[in-house]
Design a protein around this ligand. Structure first.
Ligand code: CMP
Length: 139
C-alpha cells in the first residue's frame, strides 16, 4: 500500500554537501519525492518537530542543533515508505547503524545523525504539517 513519510536532512547533511548522495538513495530505492524545500529552521518549528522528546536529557541539544540552521524537508511516497525509509536511514546512533545505511556509511554523531524520518503514520501527520500545506502535496 502506498504510504507517505516526512524526512528532514539535518544541518550537517546540508553543510557537508551530502544532500545529493542521500536524496539519490531514496530515489534509487523507488520512492517518489512528492514535495521538497530548504528552510531555515525556526526555534518554534524545531520544538514542535521534537515535542515527543521534550523532557528527555538530549532534548535541548537536539533542538539547538537544528534551530536557526538550514535543513531540507521533504515528503516521500511509496510502498511502506515509513519503514522502508527508516531501514535506508539506519539505527538512531550511527555507531550502531549497519554499513549500507545512510547513518552507517556517512556519520558518527548521534544528535546530528544526518537524517530525521517519521517513525509512524501519526508522526508523519504531525511532522509534515509543520512545513507543508496540503496544497503542496497534491498532484
Ligand atoms: P531523529 O531521528 O531526528 O529523532 C530524534 C533524535 O533524537 C534522534 O534522531 C537523535 O538525533 C536524537 N537522540 C535520540 N536518542 C538520543 C540519545 N540517547 N542521545 C542524544 N540524542 C539522541
Amino acid at each position: 500500500m502506498s504510504e507517505r513519510t516526512f524526512v528532514m536532512l539535518k544541518p550537517s547533511a546540508v553543510e557537508r554537501g551530502l544532500m545529493g548522495e542521500i536524496i539519490s538513495r531514496f530515489e534509487r530505492k523507488g520512492l517518489r519525492i512528492l514535495a521538497m524545500k530548504m528552510v531555515r529552521m525556526g526555534r518554534e518549528e524545531a520544538e514542535r518537530l521534537y515535542e515527543v522528546h521534550r523532557g528527555k536529557h538530549f532534548y535541548e541539544q537536539l533542538v539547538s542543533t537544528i534551530a536557526g540552521k538550514r535543513v531540507l524537508v521533504m515528503v516521500l511516497e511509496g510502498r511502506s515508505a515509513i519503514s522502508v525509509v527508516r531501514k535506508l536511514v539506519g539505527a538512531t546512533d550511527p555507531v550502531n547503524a549497519e554499513p549500507g545505511t545512510i547513518r552507517g556509511d556517512l556519520g558518527l554523531d548521534i544528535t546530528d545523525n544526518l537524517v530525521h524520518a517519521s517513525d509512524s503514520n501519526e508522526s508523519y501527520e504531525h511532522e509534515h504539517r509543520i512545513f507543508f500545506h496540503e496544497s503542496e502535496l497534491t498532484g
